[in-house]
Design a protein around this ligand. Structure first.
Ligand SMILES: C[S@@+](CC[C@H](N)C(=O)[O-])C[C@H]1O[C@@H](n2cnc3c(N)ncnc32)[C@H](O)[C@@H]1O
Length: 442
């Protein structure tokens, strides 16, 4: 006898924001937990995605840390009207089985609506609706606080115009809640409520999404080489990684005071045990030992908007010939604590080349590098994404603004045998993003 495990049908209810990033997040989380998902019916235009999965545990794993979904439900039925919905539920082959399993569990009903505006139903209407499900014959007690099973009626509306919601739902879906997503963390990590932040801080939602697409794992080691105020570090810590950052600007790393620095942010989120440390360091002169394996690299390199991109070194090295021996109070000047090293400008191309080279050397096979890169939306200028022969470019997710965009580039280290295309060491950008930004892209 073959033992083929029957899959169950689930409904994934997603959010209609950052849809360019949504599939990448869902795929990355599925891959992280070894879950096979058929995306054939997935559409960016819809918040609903029906999937077949092995079990509730698989559904929970997949969705528990997702940011761009709301929840996943065991599917019970759907229809254009409430009557059609009831007929659909009654006709499902699995329904008698489901009724038996959950019969004695405490339960409650919840209502969700998609594009319906504020709730149009009175409590009395809702009670009537709940009673119309009487044929399900639940015998458990109703528990509004700690119900074991939460049944959800999702109502979908077609808006009459951009600002006017439809009068009545045009579609009803009914299911048993299996797992809510991690979307509430977007509010928890909202920059407005963060003790230490600055002009470079990266918004919470996309920081968390970046961690998911980069597959930042519990107990792994994550590094942000351009840490600034540590936005990606706190997001990585939230997902259980041990995080470490560096930045050429010591002021960013140190913060404003004892209560306003990266470490105090971790305290605020009760994640101090995830924060390894930060250090002042030029990424291109990296001091991390070369055999240190870094599971994930996630960052937001300098765009050169507020200041030009700088690395340690002299613009005119001739000027410094012979000066390395200068001493102050018997100590070599460059070894003193108050020594401020000279810096020289570098192009974004060269910095990103360094980042890809570093990732190819330090990431384990299948480890991910994810970083944000800005681009001007000039029609006549092609965006050339950096490529490295060991790294597979897995995602290129674009966030569009009016005249510019930024993209999250995600690479997987496949090692030397991958032999992929490369443009490392070539000049790729034909425009200076900083100049275009300050000329308002005109
Ligand atoms: C776009 S910001 C990143 C901000 C960060 N994500 C945050 O949450 O604040 C880029 C950062 O790179 C740093 N940086 C610039 N050049 C660098 C270099 N050569 N090495 C390391 N950090 C550098 C800047 O000081 C700045 O903090």
């Amino acid at each position: 006898m073959t033992n083929v495990k029957q899959k169950k049908k689930y409904l994934l209810y997603m959010v209609q924001v950052h849809t360019n990033f949504r599939r990448a997040e869902l795929e990355s989380l599925a891959d992280l937990y070894n879950i096979d998902i058929d995306f054939a019916t997935y559409s960016e235009d819809s918040p609903f995605f029906y999937v077949e999965l092995d079990s509730d545990d698989v559904a929970r794993d997949w969705i528990k840390r997702s940011i761009l979904t709301r929840a996943i439900y065991e599917y019970w039925g759907d229809g254009k009207t409430l009557e059609e919905l009831h007929e659909s539920i009654k006709s499902q082959p699995f329904i008698e089985h489901y009724k038996q399993i959950y019969k004695n569990d405490s339960f409650k009903f919840e209502f969700e609506n998609y594009r319906g505006g504020s709730n149009k139903y009175s409590t009395k209407d809702r009670i009537k609706q709940i009673e119309s499900f009487g044929y399900l014959q639940f015998e458990g007690k109703i528990d509004l606080k700690k119900a074991k099973q939460v049944y959800t009626l999702i109502e979908q509306y077609e808006p009459i115009s951009d600002n006017i919601a439809g009068e009545k739902p045009t579609h009803f879906i009914f299911g048993r809640l299996v797992q809510t997503s991690n979307r509430r963390s977007v509010e928890k990590f909202d920059l407005k409520k963060r003790p230490y932040k600055g002009t470079t801080s990266f918004e919470a939602e996309l920081s968390l999404i970046s961690c998911n697409i980069a597959q930042v794992k519990f107990g792994s080691f994550m590094y942000d080489p351009f840490a600034g105020t540590g936005s990606f570090l706190v997001a990585g810590g939230h997902f259980g990684a041990l995080v470490f950052g560096s930045d050429i600007d010591g002021r960013m790393i140190r913060g404003r005071s004892l209560n306003e620095n990266i470490s105090s942010n971790f305290k605020h989120y009760d994640d101090s045990n995830k924060f390894l440390d930060v250090m002042t360091m030029d990424f291109t002169h990296n001091a991390l030992r070369s055999n240190l394996v870094i599971d994930t690299i996630l960052c937001d390199p300098p765009y050169g908007i507020r200041e030009s991109i700088k690395v340690l070194g002299a613009r005119d090295p001739e000027r410094f010939v012979g000066k390395e021996n200068i001493e102050i109070d018997g100590e070599k000047a460059y070894l003193r604590k108050d020594y401020i090293p000279t810096k020289k400008p570098i192009s974004l191309d060269l910095l990103l080349d360094d980042l890809l080279n570093f990732a190819s050397e330090r990431l384990p096979i299948n480890g991910r590098l994810a970083f944000w890169m800005p681009t001007a939306n000039d029609e006549n200028i092609e965006t050339i994404v950096p490529l490295h022969s060991h790294l597979e470019l897995k995602y290129n997710c674009v966030q569009e603004f009016n005249k510019w965009s930024r993209r999250l580039l995600v690479y997987i280290n496949r090692g030397p045998s991958f032999n992929g295309p490369t443009n490392n060491g070539t000049k790729r950008s034909t425009t200076n993003f900083r100049e275009r930004y300050f000329s308002n892209f005109n």
